[in-house]
Write a protein that binds this ligand. Structure first.
Ligand code: HEC
Ligand code: HEC
Length: 330
């Protein structure tokens, strides 16, 4: 974590409690090297595969201090650097004010925040999103194009090799083809009540605006974004996973407000996710030239608000508006 982040956390949250967020159940990042070998209950993991038993595998990635001091370790470190400081180390491929670590918390280690160790062993995989089998490299490229509103680094580029090395290293000892406990994001099931804009707005004002700004466009310290934007031109675009309300609700429920994950009720998480996703953001890069046609082709599901009219505005048809400063760190 960089210094302005810590300072602003403390200044804004008053207590610095935000930092505690990085000691979640999967966080072994700064743990001593004694635990260097990931303790992986592989047998349990494999036993749970395919069965209906509630026993789900748990996994903890090795601590950062266990990265080897050799050429491979250097590549792992490079991947971690790119992941946590994407604009700085792979800025050419980034088109917004986020880093991979803005969503994949604790440098891709945090359970229920799409941890890299939960992803590595699940590819190649068929994805409905693009209708073919995706390699891990292609999955990384996808987040560059949509969540980072940028462009995909070539599959054999240094950035993809480094990020893949980092994910592979974090997942060492994990079984392949097994969805580990804490992989991906929380599935909240169906909401008790239809998510509601006004209720979401109230949750946002109470629990989110402090950090992400009353206008949702993030906040900077010393010219660098420390609280990332949730909508507007510096945010993830209309093709990203978090623009789907169910994905956002699951992510928010587990992880937000930062350091107080799990404190919102499921309904509050649904409502605030709906509120967030009912704001303009950069256009879907797959835009066909027509919002309705683009919705039909790529957003034909009830949790995408793209092309839907909310408060008299058809989402996806408007300018996303300016952030305080676009690509401030470049
Ligand atoms: C705006 C938030 C956000 C940012 C920024 C982001 N991602 Fe993601 N990423 C997600 C979400 C949400 C998912 C899960 C989406 C889904 O499955 O529908 C995901 C999924 C993934 C997966 C697959 C996870 C799995 O379990 O299958 C990988 C790998 C990944 N992202 C890598 C990256 C990389 C590398 C970057 C930076 C270049 C990045 N992401 C930036 C939100 C983000
Ligand atoms: C204490 C400050 C704080 C509060 C309060 C907070 N967040 Fe966050 N949020 C962060 C930080 C910091 C990150 C980026 C994580 C990182 O860099 O480690 C983040 C990341 C996110 C992201 C993914 C990145 C992006 O910009 O899209 C979403 C979505 C999000 N927060 C939504 C919310 C919502 C909704 C609430 C209210 C329920 C909330 N946050 C409350 C600090 C906060």
């Amino acid at each position: 974590m960089n210094t302005p982040y810590r300072l602003l956390c403390m200044a804004v949250a008053g207590t610095g409690l935000a930092l505690a967020a990085h000691s979640g159940r999967a966080a072994a990042r700064d743990a001593p090297a004694s635990g260097a070998k990931a303790s992986v209950p592989v047998a349990a993991a494999v036993a749970g595969h395919g069965g209906d038993e509630a026993v789900k595998p748990v996994f903890s990635p090795p601590p950062e201090s266990a990265i080897p001091d050799d050429a491979f370790g250097a590549m792992v470190r490079e991947g971690e650097r790119i992941f946590t400081h994407t604009r700085q180390y792979a800025g050419h491929y980034v088109g917004n004010d986020l880093d991979c670590g803005s969503c994949h918390l604790d440098a891709g280690r945090r359970a229920d925040a799409m941890p890299l160790w939960g992803a590595w062993g699940m590819y190649p995989a068929y994805r409905r999103k693009n209708g073919h089998v995706n390699t891990f490299a292609e999955r990384l490229q996808d987040c560059f194009m949509f969540s980072m509103n940028g462009k995909a680094p070539p599959a054999d580029s240094g950035a993809i090799v480094a990020l893949s090395s980092y994910a592979y290293w974090l997942a060492q000892g994990a079984p392949t083809g097994v969805k580990l406990d804490g992989a991906g994001y929380l599935d909240l099931g169906a909401p008790a009540q239809t998510p509601d804009y006004r209720r979401g707005e109230a949750v946002f004002a109470r629990d989110c605006a402090l950090c992400h700004g009353a206008d949702g466009r993030g906040q900077k310290a010393a010219g660098v974004f420390v609280f990332p934007p949730l909508w507007g031109s510096g945010a993830f675009n209309w093709g990203a996973g978090l623009q789907e309300v169910n994905t956002a609700a699951g992510f928010i429920k587990a992880n937000m407000p930062l350091s107080r994950g799990g404190t919102l009720t499921d309904q509050e998480a649904w409502d605030v996710a709906y509120f967030m996703d009912a704001h303009e953001r950069p256009q879907d890069p797959r835009f066909t030239g027509d919002v309705a046609a683009t919705r039909k082709q790529f957003h034909d599901n009830k949790w995408s608000l793209y092309g839907i009219e909310v408060n008299g505005h058809r989402l996806g048809s408007g300018a996303p508006g300016k952030t305080q400063s676009r690509r401030a760190a470049q």
